[in-house]
Design a binder for this molecule. Structure first.
Ligand code: GLA
Length: 437
């Protein structure tokens, strides 16, 4: 996974740079402040993402080091690994795909060295395999890689929204990741910029998933966690960038570990529903880290926690591992059908904390009347976590069928629920009242 190592090195550089800025400017590490108002009008783009989008994105393993070949290999691997058939449909090309200057008439062009046939050809390749195609842009004048100096040019969509939306629709784009990439985050400016592209996408008439990130490069508490963006976007990032780490510990204005993102996003799931999903960022499952650094990679337990809790939160499941190197453990985790079914459950009920468990137990009601209970151990040593069917909000019943969604083990209880949970691991139980006894 050499690509992963390269990207992780870049991530460390990003964390370090952001930390420096944070220290210099004195940005606080305060927890995000929730506001109740819903931004925007109704569902952003009608008819898309009735359940959380699933797919794969180039950024976490390849960073700017992308090409048509990388994307084609990923599309092929999604098919041959069974991931496509497990639900992963969107193949998303992140930052650094474009030529650094716009072409005649201001039209965006693919980088001719790395995408010599252009983006429509890449989209065609992806579509021919039963997959959908995603692309990346920014509402400001530079993408994040351009702002940070990792990529030349100024090809953000500012002032070109309608043209860019038409270009994307013409290429066959099914998903746009639209990434803020500016230090200031005035709400009015963000609202008008993100709404302009939403309207431009609507005007194309093509059903395009609209995935926004209001947080990138912002020197303040991430707006993605403060506001309910469900009327503006199909999905919106709640935090700064995910890294292959349990926790970074430098506050909300920096890159985040999966435990930190989980804790920020879990209280926001009442904002989720068909066509609008809070997005705790991409999966670090199977993504290489750099041992001994802030981003060492996730342990097997931490990967279960990320995948299981993202599913419990009804989060978009966007894999980021280097697919040509997919190993059997990663594949088994990413394609676990019972966990994916939790993510995709049509009820999209919010996940809520079970009272008196210190945030260790979350639960969610499923459309079939069952509930999923997640026991998460944030400690560095194994610990016992206990609750009950009643505390988890299940209707009274003489007994309950319990299924462990990792092992498939079935058991029966007359109420008590619990397990010894390994360090940083999550036990995921699906519980059905059994009234036949
Ligand atoms: C921001 C985003 C990332 C990725 C990079 C690309 O940091 O949050 O997900 O898209 O930009 O430069």
């Amino acid at each position: 996974m050499s690509g992963g190592r390269t990207a992780s090195g870049a991530l460390i550089a990003v964390v370090t740079a952001v930390l420096t800025v944070v220290l210099l400017l004195g940005v606080t590490a305060a927890a995000p402040i929730r506001t109740s108002g819903r931004l925007g009008d109704g569902v952003a783009i009608a008819g898309v993402a009735l359940t959380p989008p699933m797919g794969w994105n180039t950024w976490n393993s390849y960073g700017c080091d992308i090409s048509a070949r990388v994307v084609q290999q990923a599309a092929d691997a999604l098919v041959s690994s069974g991931m496509r058939d497990a639900g992963y449909r969107y193949v998303i090309v992140d930052d650094c795909w474009f030529e650094p200057a716009r072409g005649p008439g201001g039209v965006l062009r693919a980088d001719p060295a790395r995408f010599p046939q252009g983006m429509r050809a890449v989209a065609d390749y992806v579509h021919a395999r039963g997959l959908k195609f995603g692309i990346y842009e920014s509402p400001n004048d530079r993408t994040c890689a351009q702002l940070g100096g990792a990529y030349p040019g100024r090809t953000g969509s500012a002032g070109h929204e309608a043209l860019d939306a038409r270009t994307f629709a013409d290429w066959g784009v099914d998903y746009l990741k639209y990434d803020w990439c500016a230090p200031e985050s005035d709400l009015d400016r963000q609202l008008s910029a993100f709404t302009r592209m939403r309207d431009a996408l609507r005007d194309t008439g093509r059903p395009i998933v609209y995935s926004i990130n209001a947080n990138s490069d912002v020197l303040a508490v991430p707006p993605g966690a403060i506001y309910d963006w469900s009327g503006i976007a199909t999905m919106w990032r709640t935090t700064n960038d995910v890294t292959p780490a349990w926790a970074i510990g430098l506050g909300v204005a920096t890159s985040q570990g999966i435990r930190e993102i989980l804790d920020t996003t879990a209280p926001l799931t009442d904002r989720a529903g068909p066509g609008h999903w809070p997005d705790p960022d991409m999966l670090e499952v199977g993504v290489a880290g750099v041992p001994g650094t802030l981003t060492p990679g996730l342990t097997a337990a931490e990967q279960r926690t990320q995948f299981g809790m993202w599913a419990l939160l009804a989060a978009p499941l966007i894999a980021g591992n280097a697919l040509p190197y997919l190993d059997s453990a990663t594949r088994a985790l990413l394609t676990n059908p019972e966990v994916i079914a939790v993510d995709q459950d049509s009820l999209a009920a919010p996940a809520t904390a079970v009272p008196d468990t210190g945030g260790k137990v979350l639960r969610r009601t499923m459309s079939d009347g069952s509930a999923v209970v997640a026991l998460t151990n944030r400690d560095r040593a194994a610990t016992r976590i206990d609750t009950s069917a009643a505390a988890a909000g299940l209707p009274a019943a003489p007994r309950y069928e319990v299924r462990d969604l990792w092992t498939g083990a079935a058991s029966v209880t007359d109420g008590p629920l619990g397990a010894t949970v390994a360090a940083h691991d999550t036990v995921l139980l699906r519980i059905r009242p059994d009234t036949s006894a």
